[in-house]
Design a protein around this ligand. Sequence first.
Ligand SMILES: Nc1nc2c(ncn2[C@@H]2O[C@H](COP(=O)(O)OP(=O)(O)O)[C@@H](O)[C@H]2O)c(=O)[nH]1
Ligand SMILES: [Mg+2]
Length: 271
Amino acid sequence: MTIQWYPGHMTRAKRMIKEELKLVDGLLEVVDARVPESSRNPDLRDLTSKPRLIVLSKTDLADPLQTREWMEYWKSQGEAIVETDLLQGQGLREIRAAVAQTFPNLKRHPRLLVAGIPNVGKSTLINGLTKRRAAGVGARPGVTKGKQWLSAPGMQLLDSPGILWPKFEDQEVAKRLALVASIRDEIFDQVEIVWWLMQFLKEHYPDALPTRYGVIDEEDNALEEIGRRRGCLLRGGIVDFNQAASSVLKDFRTGKLGRITLDLFSRSESR
Ligand SMILES: Nc1nc2c(ncn2[C@@H]2O[C@H](COP(=O)(O)OP(=O)(O)O)[C@@H](O)[C@H]2O)c(=O)[nH]1
Ligand SMILES: [Mg+2]
């Protein structure tokens, strides 16, 4: 689903984005509301000074209180930002209004690039704005063919999204990005990132695991306990940790553990 980022990939992605940015009047930067800080690209600001609208995606999966804090903070920084639940088509009208407001004097519809790191919802956004049926959603980013413009009400979109590389400034950021499937989980052992998630939940969302799996008495063996309760068993009744981890991961990604934000506003160090 996602691509592995080697330095060569980043260089190529950066070159492509630079070319794409020359063709547009501005961009829609898609950011996952569960990782509003970790899923932003640190170099984007240096690449262009063209107008940018931040589109916060997947707010249906994120903690609404955290989303509000991040929104208020970014607005106080002068950023234009819209929150969306793209699966429900929520926020599209607000995006159109914000775009119209950003380019009041343009004689034609503004041309925009939809950009973001993998899996944040770029294709879903393009489909929503252009009212196309789910073409290419979730697909592995492929080779870009000749550029075309897609017409959408009030704007023109470049046909393929700009794929940004994530920042790997520390292992925690990388783990959060793996949890939301923006980088390949194979970078880590799945048990390791799920273990990290469970510690995070215990500290910041203490009801999440008990609500889904029941109260866990033995904290040290929490994953084993969950595996046993979910029937993730090998021959002889031994718990299959990989299966248990992948079941917790799936529950997190589909919102079954509740609405959770991994980048907590209060703990952010970039402010
Ligand atoms: N729950 C939820 N899922 C979303 C939302 N937007 C996109 N998705 C899902 O996230 C996955 C990745 O979306 P996609 O548009 O392919 O991301 P891209 O890699 O940035 O183009 C797909 O399974 C989408 O259905 C959203 O707002 N809420
Ligand atoms: Mg895509």
